[in-house]
Design a protein around this ligand. Structure first.
Ligand code: PEP
Length: 242
């Protein structure tokens, strides 16, 4: 399975910074690892290119209509977009998203022939009270309920422990692998035809100096990266291009 590294730029970077990043990145990127970038929708046209896939960080569960301020996955597809992050912990924490609302978005994104990257993960208090696997399992069962359009190409799961996002605290490779192996098991049971082939990404303070150890784990197929994806040099290093 080819590894995948996704940059989540969040609401960082202006147009000039996006363009400069892309010039540097594309000049050295060798495509050993798939590289996808989720920017603000405003900059999507800059990213789309034959080697790098472009994504949204969220979308509406509706494809058109009177939903002021929302972004349609159908129109994103029409503009050449490729994938959508769904259920990022910042969406769950600041915008009231639940696994149930994520399920509706997942349905829409898959129906529109885009790839869905569904994010799950526990908070620090949930980890400390021993609930990690139960929380992640619940997020998967609710979010992935009734997804008849899913397959190994259009579904990616990102395990992102909330306590490791933007904090500099990375889950140890062992901690991440433990959760990934249980996600793999759940997906294999839920989707017997292809669940074992879905790419599972780890996210949470992934950096050039810890990426190798993480990617060496049996069930870690790549990373979802915030902070270390903002500099082209670092993101290149995460994609195996030093
Ligand atoms: C993220 O926002 O998805 C993320 C993993 O951020 P960071 O790499 O900065 O922890």
């Amino acid at each position: 399975m080819k590894k995948l590294m996704i940059a989540n730029w969040k609401m960082n970077k202006n147009g000039k910074e996006c363009a400069e990043f892309l010039i540097e990145f594309k000049s050295k990127y060798s495509n050993k690892i798939d590289a996808w970038i989720a920017s603000q929708p405003l900059y999507i046209k800059l990213i789309i290119n034959e080697n790098v896939k472009a994504g949204l960080q969220n979308c509406s569960e509706h494809v058109s209509g009177a939903y002021t301020g929302e972004v349609s996955s159908r129109n994103f597809k029409e503009m050449g977009g490729n994938f959508v992050l769904i259920g990022h912990s910042e969406r769950r924490q600041f915008f009231g998203e639940t696994s149930k609302t994520c399920q509706a978005k997942l349905q829409t994104v898959l129906r529109e022939n885009l790839t869905a990257v569904y994010c799950v993960g526990e908070t620090l208090s949930e980890r400390e009270s021993g609930q990690t696997l139960a929380i992640v399992s619940d997020q998967l069962h609710q979010g992935l309920n009734d997804l008849s359009a899913a397959n190994e190409e259009n579904l990616v799961i990102a395990y992102e422990p909330v306590w490791a996002i933007g904090t500099g605290k990375t889950a140890t490779p062992g901690q991440a692998q433990e959760v990934h192996s249980s996600i793999r098991k759940i997906l294999s049971e839920k989707f017997p035809g292809f669940g074992s082939k879905v790419r599972l990404l780890y996210g949470g303070s992934v950096k050039p100096d810890n990426v190798e150890e993480l990617l060496a784990q049996k069930d870690i197929d790549g990373g979802l990266v915030g902070g270390a994806s903002l500099k082209a040099k670092d993101f290149l290093a995460l994609c195996g291009d030093k």
